[in-house]
Design a protein. Structure first.
Length: 368
């Protein structure tokens, strides 16, 4: 099956940053994986002297909770199979197939269609985040960047009703392609992420007025988004940024929410340390928005292109709030490292923690 990905992600390979192995996540272990691990341990084929699991009985590696098995974690959220040298003991001894599905998929985010699988990455992975700062590649879709042989899990939309352009009017495959390609083109060419989103907001509004009398849907959408003019709001509304972060956090199950934070000083930090530097990071910001468009679950689970663009707006606002928080804590201007970390945290909220349907509902609400 063909795969489609964002150009800036095509070079991604695991560089053992270990963020995924040390976050203390609850990783379910599928029965075939459990059997493979237990059989290998019983036959002495699983040397784990360099991992915490080596000092634990086999029964403690995969504790049972709620009728399922889970990977155990050691100090500071480290997976018990993570070796001191920074490699996975399971993968090293038994191959990638011995890892749980969640481990094999990270940091990939997939939408599986009849014609192929759309793949993006979460930038909670620092290696993926670093790719956003590569200005040498245009923001475009590329084929088979990660190889067609990998098996992906994600949102499987094969055989389901297509997302709608507006209630009662569904996007055909060519129209979905046109929306994605035109959106990536606007993000590539825009002078700022805010300018791109303003144009896209106007463009999806015009696209939604399509009728059969206008001819084929795909060219109409391409023209609507390509020709649309939109003007970003004047003064930046930091209260809206903080509200967007709270709203996205509220999309997570209660146990995963960050909860209320004291945002005293964030607005001042934004004005002093974030706003002056923000324009210099237009390219990585637009690349991040492109990554959240490709393989968008909101497109399918929400109100189509309108919701997909609205999710990008909410995400950019939330990211601005996270940058202000980071600047307030560090008491210094926004820099590349700070922005990269904030992008990772934004994706932690939007991709790892948020219930996808709750996020889609949030993005489908009328603008206030």
């Amino acid at each position: 099956m063909r795969t489609f990905a964002l150009s800036v992600h095509a070079a991604w390979r695991c560089r053992s940053s270990l963020r995924c192995c040390t976050s203390g996540w609850a990783i379910p272990v599928e029965p075939p994986v459990r059997r493979r691990i237990e059989t290998a341990a019983a036959r002495g084929r699983l040397p784990l002297e360099e991992a915490a699991a080596g000092a634990l009985p086999v029964a403690a590696w995969l504790p049972r909770r709620g009728g399922r098995r889970w990977l155990a974690t050691a100090d500071e959220g480290r997976c018990v199979f993570l070796e001191r040298r920074g490699t996975c003991g399971l993968q090293g001894a038994l191959g990638e197939a011995a890892q749980p599905v969640s481990c094999r998929q990270f940091p990939r985010v997939a939408v599986i269609e009849e014609r192929g699988t759309h793949v993006s990455l979460t930038h909670y992975c620092p290696t993926a985040a670093a790719l956003l700062f590569d200005v040498g590649l245009p923001l475009a879709r590329v084929d088979n960047a990660f190889g067609p042989e990998r098996e992906y899990e994600g949102l499987d939309v094969r055989g389901v009703v297509a997302p709608w352009l507006r209630p009662g009017v569904w996007l055909d495959p060519e129209a979905r392609d046109a929306f994605e390609q035109a959106t990536l083109a606007r993000l590539e060419d825009a002078p700022s992420p805010e300018a791109a989103l303003a144009a896209l907001r106007a463009g999806v509004g015009k696209a939604a007025r399509w009728t059969p009398g206008d001819g084929s849907m795909a060219p109409w959408i391409a023209r609507a988004l390509g020709d649309a003019e939109g003007r970003p709001a004047g003064d930046f509304d930091f209260a809206g940024a903080a509200a967007a972060l709270r709203a996205i956090d509220g999309c997570a199950p209660p146990a995963l929410r960050a909860g209320p934070e004291d945002d005293t000083g964030w607005a001042a930090a934004d004005a002093e340390w974030v706003a002056p530097a923000w324009g210099g990071f237009s390219r990585p910001l637009r690349a991040w928005l492109a990554a959240r468009l490709v393989a968008s679950w909101v497109l399918w689970q929400g109100d189509g292109p309108t919701a997909a663009v609205r999710a990008l707006e909410l995400g950019l606002y939330a990211l601005r709030a996270l940058c202000a928080r980071a600047a307030a804590r560090a008491r210094r201007p926004l820099d590349r490292a700070m922005l990269s970390d904030a992008i990772g945290e934004a994706d932690l909220h939007m991709v790892q923690r948020a219930d996808p349907r709750a996020l889609a509902r949030l993005a489908s609400r009328p603008r206030s």
